[in-house]
Design a binder for this molecule. Structure first.
Ligand code: PBG
Length: 326
């Protein structure tokens, strides 16, 4: 017999002991459920690459929200799907006062006043180029785009948004949006900055949901290079200084080190976006019987908490809530 005064297995001996010494946990309070709204009535369209996730017409979305809330989920992040006919170079549809997205925000707010509504600020759902900013001569122009993003943010705040979510990665937009919101009296509307958003292959299923894939090129001149972490700190320094209330890392699973770095260096909440491709991978493998979907989901999400995420945006939110409520 070995003489060991430290045997870590003692703390793993029974389920009760393991539970007692567990360092990190998931709670339904941590989650924001991303949802998709489309035009029309009476429809709920499953996204092929995201089994279990739907685009809802507004009437159906309002029905779905009753279930979402009854599961204890307190926050959603809404994204719109628009037909090509509504898209143009400047994303003009985003500012039309009775456009689907703004109408959806205000109806959700009036029917579910306690639900936290996070929005999406970027041109891509409305852009005929499928880019997050205005395209001039093949380039995504920064400052002109930011002017539109500020107007979008104010329109969304007027419609009832609690948290503005700029997902575009233009330079200087957090400060500009903060100034714009404050000037209109929306000092209480927060900003969750997509601070370290990488040019990732894991957004594919989301672009299916929005039918928003870029018409040419890629997003590498504004989204970050997956090889970089110092640059994430720089982005965070800027967003922090510009007034971000919460800073996000996206995607989450391949970027746990980035979550940790932001958590250690900044004293505001850090969120992680468990993106569409991460969801799709688990669903696909589980459907094939290759992994246990529920266990893989919980392990993946817990790793984000362990890395330091305070908040997780995830398409798994409902499924997690069901498991946590058991
Ligand atoms: C675009 C946007 C993307 C996502 C959220 N907002 C994709 C992209 O940058 O092309 C991805 C979310 C996901 O994959 O779940 N503004």
């Amino acid at each position: 017999m070995q003489i060991l005064n430290r045997r870590p297995r003692r703390n793993r001996a029974t389920g009760a002991i393991r539970a007692m010494v567990q360092e990190n946990t998931l709670s339904v309070n941590d989650f924001i459920f991303p949802m998709f709204v489309q035009e029309g009535t009476g429809a709920k369209v499953e996204i092929k690459s995201m089994p279990g996730i739907y685009r809802f017409t507004l009437d159906m979305l309002l029905e779905e929200l009753k279930e979402v809330q009854s599961l204890g989920i307190k926050s959603i992040c809404l994204f719109p799907n628009y037909p090509e006919s509504k898209k143009d170079k400047y994303g003009s549809e985003s500012l039309v006062s009775d456009t689907l997205y703004l109408k959806a925000l205000s109806q959700i707010k009036s029917k579910f006043p306690d639900l936290v509504i996070m929005t999406d600020v970027a041109l891509d759902p409305y852009s005929s180029d499928g880019h997050d900013g205005i395209v001039e001569n093949g380039k995504i122009v920064n400052d002109e785009t930011v002017e539109i993003l500020v107007k979008m943010s104010i329109a969304q705040a007027k419609a009832g948004a609690d948290i503005i979510g700029p997902s575009d990665m233009m330079d200087g937009r957090i400060g500009a949006i903060r100034k714009g919101l404050d000037a209109e009296g929306f000092t209480d509307v927060s900003i969750m900055a997509y601070t370290a958003k990488y040019a990732s292959a894991f957004y594919g299923p989301f672009r299916d949901a929005l039918e928003s894939a870029p018409k040419f090129g890629d997003k590498k001149t504004y989204q970050m290079n997956p090889a970089n972490i110092k640059e994430a700190i720089l982005e965070a320094e800027l967003d922090f200084a510009e007034g971000a209330d919460i800073m996000m890392v996206k995607p989450a699973f391949s970027y746990l080190d980035v979550i940790k770095a932001l958590k250690e260096n900044f004293n505001i909440p850090i969120s992680a976006y468990n993106v569409s491709g991460e969801y799709a991978m688990i669903k696909a493998a589980a459907q094939n019987g290759w992994i246990d979907g529920d266990k893989a989901m919980m392990e993946m999400l817990l790793s984000m908490k362990r890395a330091g995420a305070d908040i997780i945006l995830s398409y798994f939110a409902k499924e997690v809530a069901v498991l946590l409520n058991e």
